[in-house]
Design a protein around this ligand. Structure first.
Ligand SMILES: *[C@@H]1O[C@H](CO)[C@@H](O)[C@H](O)[C@H]1NC(C)=O
Ligand SMILES: *[C@@H]1O[C@H](CO)[C@@H](O)[C@H](O)[C@H]1NC(C)=O
Ligand SMILES: *[C@@H]1O[C@H](CO)[C@@H](O)[C@H](O)[C@H]1NC(C)=O
Ligand SMILES: *[C@@H]1O[C@H](CO)[C@@H](O)[C@H](O)[C@H]1NC(C)=O
Ligand SMILES: *[C@@H]1O[C@H](CO)[C@@H](O)[C@H](O)[C@H]1NC(C)=O
Length: 512
């Protein structure tokens, strides 16, 4: 009799306590601080990995810590957004299946949203990323559940990155969520594992991955990347995070626990929990032989296996052939696309040059029968964006009007209103697979005008149908340093090393 009486009372006390605790998920002081710039219309969806594997990251003896840290992380973000005025928040959790925890029109305050997030239970099961994104597209980002056409759709995905259910659909669902004709969401991915199994997360995140993928190799790291993510969601420049001396007792380690290092300082790589030196002038490496990113002004040269210096500071015009002959020479079995290979070659060259408003500026022209200015010298200042703009460049087909392209380069691209700097040298790089087929007698004239106005002309000829005489006379002197050719577009990359050396030697062109 007595026992029966105590049990309900205990339950009521527990419920009461839970209720009191849940009220204190968010204190008023935590709500106030919305960064300027976060007041734009935003429909924000959290997709939280709630599968069994998430718990693998629990430290020994602290079961469930990973799950609470993930929830606490979402809390920290939501607490600083104007939920109820400009921002709407929704959440999906997923394991073997996915489930909407609350919709965009459910909460009108931070308090409500944070409470729902913090009371979210762990599900367990497999990692069905495809199901989560499908729910996002079909149930969250549609008008019926509070999604606004006027708002920017943003997804923050938090997980450890390895789908193991319905994997054949993962890629498609991720594509759909970002697709401008579907959900058009910007996807941020937060990886919470110390393994470098982050490729699925990197692929899932919007372009550029450097901005949209955040790695938390250890739970302690989550609060540290919270501000960074918040600022990026709001599209405001990264906050200045004070660089403090590493707390780790391991020298040269940025993030560690008591027994091992997880992330080393720049210029070091992790080997068995300790930090080792990268090769000279390398900023980011994962072993002692290769470099993933050299320090500024240097580039990775596979041929020498070193970081090499590139001193070029110039206004660089890429003048790229778009004539019909390029795809006409594609193989019948469609095993590769000449135009794509050509653009990739240009993108690789851009990987080697120090790009920036005050370093090298890049503009592009594509030409066939007519020329088109693809982007001006001051359109973009980030390497990834410029590379993407090149890779996205459409194909025209038509004749080869080199003289027209040279004129456009000189008159329209190397002009103040296109971002040309009068005190910085001008370099033009013409890539073509043939010879002039229209206005042929003007090619020499325009090349001369360009060179006489101080433009250094590099010419790259591809395939065996080029007119070497014409291309060589276009190039600046000495011809051997400015003219390059490859008979096969598939082996174009063989020119990269020597072309880079010559292009990077243009430092002397700086106008004092
Ligand atoms: C929760 O997040 C805050 C930052 O918003 C952090 O300071 C705190 O340490 C976190 N708490 C836990 C238990 O992880
Ligand atoms: C570029 O140089 C100008 C003038 O020296 C300076 O004001 C500006 O901050 C620099 N920009 C960058 C991104 O370095
Ligand atoms: C060659 O290109 C230039 C620049 O786009 C253009 O003005 C000219 O008309 C073109 N010539 C022919 C024959 O199409
Ligand atoms: C180029 O050739 C055309 C006709 O083929 C002619 O009308 C024109 O005057 C020539 N231009 C030059 C600069 O020689
Ligand atoms: C291009 O380069 C190769 C190798 O340097 C050379 O043999 C060839 O004659 C050049 N010209 C053409 C039109 O392919």
């Amino acid at each position: 009799m007595r026992v029966r009486m105590t049990y309900p009372r205990l339950t009521i006390t527990v419920l009461l306590l839970t209720w009191i605790i849940s009220l204190s998920y968010l204190t008023s002081s935590e709500v106030l601080d919305t960064p300027e710039g976060c007041n734009t219309n935003l429909d924000l969806l959290f997709i939280v990995d709630s599968s069994e594997s998430v718990l693998d990251h629990d430290p020994v003896g602290e079961e469930g810590l990973s799950w609470s840290c993930i929830k606490n992380f979402t809390k920290g973000l939501v607490a600083r957004l104007p939920v109820g005025s400009n921002t709407r928040v929704a959440a999906i959790r997923f394991g073997s299946r996915a489930e909407v925890v609350f919709h965009l029109n459910h909460h009108t305050s931070n308090l409500g949203a944070v409470n729902s997030l913090m009371s979210m239970r762990h599900m367990g099961g497999n990692t069905n990323t495809a199901a989560a994104f499908r729910q996002a597209r079909l149930r969250v980002f549609n008008g019926d559940n509070g999604a606004r056409a006027s708002a920017r759709n943003v997804v923050v995905f938090i997980g450890d990155g390895i789908s193991n259910k319905e994997v054949q659909h993962t890629e498609q669902e991720i594509r759909f969520i970002k697709d401008p004709s579907r959900s058009e969401a910007e996807v941020f991915a937060v990886g919470i594992s110390k393994e470098i199994m982050d490729s699925e997360l990197k692929k899932m995140s919007s372009f550029p991955a450097e901005k949209h993928f955040l790695h938390a190799p250890h739970l302690d790291y989550l609060p540290q990347i919270q501000d960074l993510l918040l600022y990026r969601i709001c599209q405001i420049p990264d906050p200045v995070i004070p660089t403090k001396e590493p707390d780790c007792r391991f020298p040269e380690c940025k993030i560690c626990n008591d027994v091992e290092c997880f992330v080393c300082l720049d210029g070091k790589y992790l080997l068995n929990g300790k930090c080792e030196d990268c090769i000279a002038n390398c900023q980011l490496c994962s072993d002692s032989i290769n470099c993933e990113r050299c320090i500024r002004g240097w580039y990775w040269e596979p041929e020498t296996g070193k970081c090499e210096e590139c001193q070029l500071i110039a206004d660089l015009a890429l003048v790229i052939d778009n004539s019909g002959s390029i795809r006409d020479k594609n193989p019948e079995d469609k095993s590769y696309d000449n135009y794509h290979l050509l653009k990739q070659f240009v993108a690789k060259l851009l990987d080697r040059v120090d790009i920036g408003v005050n370093a090298t500026r890049v503009g592009a022209i594509k030409f066939s029968s007519m020329s088109q200015l693809v982007f001006q010298l001051d359109a973009y200042d980030q390497r990834d964006v410029i590379k993407q703009a090149i890779l996205n460049m459409g194909y025209s087909g038509g004749h080869t009007n080199i003289s027209g392209a040279l004129r456009m380069m000189r008159e329209q691209l190397f002009a103040r209103q296109s971002g040309d700097r009068p005190d910085v040298g001008n370099v033009g790089l013409v890539i073509t697979d043939g010879e002039s087929t229209v206005d042929k007698n003007l090619t020499d004239v325009e090349a001369d005008l360009a060179k006489r106005s101080g433009i250094t002309l590099f010419v790259v000829g591809v395939t065996d149908e080029i007119n070497e005489e014409e291309l060589k006379s276009m190039a600046s002197k000495p011809v051997d340093d400015h003219y390059f050719n490859s008979t096969d577009i598939r082996t174009l990359d063989e020119l990269l090393h020597s072309l880079t050396i010559q292009v990077c030697a243009q430092k002397s062109l700086m106008v004092p």
